[in-house]
Design a protein around this ligand. Structure first.
Ligand code: UGA
Length: 435
């Protein structure tokens, strides 16, 4: 099938490349001329393991192409996916849908024959209705069906998540669209991936409910971690002890510095707003968002305590800046709040991150950048691990002790063993491992 992907960001690019790999002919569109030129030259705008190779293979086999020309790409396409950004709207926390509606108008202009319009962007309940209204306003003659098909992939594991999903959620309002969507996802269907066919509004809400639930799970274990520190208990054992109960599940129970990224903060905020607008507030998610915001900055206090109560005039080495490993994404990363709080407390900041330093330059000031963990720690007064990159899991502790002014490590991802660190004479603090 010929498919058009409107928006070549994270979700659009990964989905486009994977759908091409399923055998469809996919045209990925973006309004950013530079991005499209770079993609044509084989350069990825984001860091995602395996993506460059997957794109190159499908371009070579002529199933994947990039263009700025939306109208031509829409003509003759069986399905047009909308995968543009839905950032938080400045000021009120609602999702900003201007890119989605702009895309709908542009798509309408090129329509020709029956076309399924699929919203893959994370969009609030009712957006599909509005997309349909806009298209019918621009092209009263259009033969379309608007479907909601939210994406559940994680950054850093995006290709695997797309190709081996836990489920595919499809909000379809008519049979013709159902046939087209089943055709698009046929390889997953044959692999027995579960399909959830539902109404468009239910599908839109399902995406927010999923992210809000995961954010709640993380925040729950983070608060249990705080309690563990006070009562001398171990949060990792608590997580294992509860996670083996299949009704709870072991995933998303890693305590840490608070969740970040391009999805959880913005999606919890948008869900909170929608629920308030409809007079049905989701107080538990309101609390989760507030607790998580406070937590990120509060992590700086751990560093202050480890440094004897003050970091004024001290140099702190930060290892890991991105909101999680295997991405260059800095959006809402806990590192931003932690570093800003440490700078406010008078610290100088050294940083190293394997992929995130270019993005970090755009959101943080007065950092000293290093290109390996050891030079980052040279003459620093303490070391803080903010992101659990694999490269930080087996650091040469003897070498670190020689380089650091004092052997102080604050491990916000619990990637070192407290007993081993004590044996190595490190002043070591972590998250929720009292005992
Ligand atoms: C998240 C969801 O996991 C995806 O299913 C969803 O498709 C995506 O948002 C989206 O809506 O686009 P992502 O933001 O890429 O994916 O990353 P996650 O792996 O979910 O991590 C989010 C944050 O939670 C990170 O800061 C991570 O460090 C933190 N986290 C995650 C924890 O602190 N503890 C955990 O146990 C798990």
């Amino acid at each position: 099938m010929r498919i058009t992907m409107v928006g070549s960001g994270y979700v659009g690019l990964v989905s486009g490349a994977c759908l091409a790999d399923f055998g469809h002919v996919v045209s990925c569109i973006d309004t950013d001329v530079k991005k499209v030129e770079a993609l044509k030259a084989g350069k990825m705008p984001i860091f995602e393991p395996g993506l460059e190779e997957l794109v190159a293979k499908n371009v070579r086999q002529q199933r994947l192409s990039f263009s700025t020309d939306l109208a031509s790409a829409v003509e003759g396409a069986g399905a047009v996916f909308i995968a543009v950004g839905t950032p938080s709207r400045r000021g009120d926390g609602h999702a900003d849908l201007s890119f989605v509606y702009e895309a709908a108008r542009a798509i309408a202009a090129g329509l020709n024959g029956f076309t399924v319009i699929v919203t893959k962007s994370t969009v609030p309940v009712g957006t599909g209705d509005e997309v349909e209204r806009i298209i019918r306003e621009v092209r009263p003659d259009a033969d379309i069906s608007v479907v909601s098909n939210p994406e559940f992939l994680r950054e850093g594991a995006a290709i695997g998540d797309f190709k081996r999903p836990d489920r595919i959620v499809l909000g379809v309002e008519d049979k013709r669209a159902e046939v087209v969507m089943t055709e698009i996802y046929r390889p997953l269907f044959l692999n027995h991936a579960p399909f959830v066919f539902t109404s468009r509004r239910t599908s839109e809400l399902t995406k927010y409910a999923a992210n809000a639930f995961l954010a709640t799970k993380i925040t729950f274990i983070n608060e249990i971690a705080d309690l563990c520190e006070q009562v001398g208990a171990n949060v990792q054992d608590v997580a294992r002890g509860i996670g083996l109960d299949q009704r709870i599940g072991s995933k998303f129970l890693h305590a840490g510095p608070g969740y970040g990224g391009s999805c959880f903060p913005k999606d919890t905020s948008a869900l909170i707003k929608t629920a308030q607008d409809y007079g049905s507030p989701i107080r538990i998610v309101e609390m989760v968002a507030a607790v998580n915001d406070q937590r990120k900055r509060a992590m700086a206090r751990k560093v202050l305590t480890a440094c004897g109560g003050s970091v004024r005039g001290k140099t702190i080495a930060i290892l890991g800046l991105t909101f999680k490993p295997n991405t260059d994404d800095m959006r809402d990363s806990p590192a931003i709040s932690i570093i800003t709080a440490l700078q406010d407390a008078g610290a100088k900041i050294n940083v190293f991150d394997p992929e995130g330093m270019d993005q970090a330059r755009l959101v943080l000031n007065d950092l000293t950048f290093f290109y390996d963990p050891y030079s980052c720690c040279d003459k620093a007064d303490a070391l803080v691990i903010v992101t659990e990159w694999d490269a930080f899991r087996a650091l040469d502790l003897d070498r670190l002790k020689e380089l650091l002014n004092a052997p102080i490590m604050v491990d916000l991802r619990n990637i070192y063993d407290p007993e081993e660190m004590a044996r190595q004479n490190f002043t070591y603090s972590d998250v929720g491992r009292g005992k």
